[in-house]
Design a protein around this ligand. Structure first.
Ligand SMILES: *Cc1c(COP(=O)(O)O)cnc(C)c1O
Length: 169
């Protein structure tokens, strides 16, 4: 019932899909957000050792997922006001160092600006994945294409003991 395409998990995924305004196939539940991030990063199909820019201020799982996907986490400083890795900071980093993808975090549930990140993707050609682990209820696609990964861990905003959710247009 709870996994492997059982009726309850399908009902849950359909309810999430409605919330995010995406077709059911653009969304999947996962065992936890770390695994969700790992799967999304793998799906980007970057070369082994690719550099993924992440904020220096985050939970360790952001970097864990990058390492487990076979890539290399590269730390960027965060904005002093929002405590987040912003598109502006990522643009400067790209001018100085090699960056192959960006994994910003919705810090403590503060939503990332999806339009600004979409613009960043268009300008740089680099894929962006949002670690929205603690941001269910505040981080949305905001009407643009993008990929969000949420945690349903006991300590997050939508706790289910353990679990995760990937939403990707
Ligand atoms: C909690 C958290 C994770 C990991 O979530 P799990 O579901 O426990 O794997 C990843 N990133 C951030 C920013 C988190 O806060």
């Amino acid at each position: 019932h709870y996994s492997n395409f059982g009726p309850l998990v399908l009902e849950l995924e359909a309810a999430f899909a409605q919330q995010f305004g995406v077709p059911n196939e653009n969304l999947t539940t996962v065992a936890n957000a770390t695994q969700g991030l790992e799967l999304v990063l793998q799906a980007l199909d970057l070369p082994v050792g690719a550099h993924v820019l992440i904020p220096a201020f985050t939970f360790v799982a952001t970097a864990t997922a990058v390492v487990r996907a076979g890539y290399r986490p590269v730390l960027a400083d965060v904005d002093a006001c929002t405590w987040m890795l912003t598109p502006e900071i990522a643009r400067v980093a790209c001018e100085c160092i090699r960056v192959d993808a960006v994994l910003p975090v919705a810090t403590f549930g503060m939503p990332q600006d999806m339009q600004a990140w979409r613009q960043f993707e268009g300008d740089t050609g680099l894929p962006v994945v949002i670690d929205a682990a603690a941001a269910y209820g505040s981080q949305w696609l905001q009407g643009v294409e993008g990929t969000l990964v949420f945690s349903l861990h006991a300590t997050k905003s939508l706790p289910a003991g353990e679990g995760g959710l990937v939403v990707s247009s």
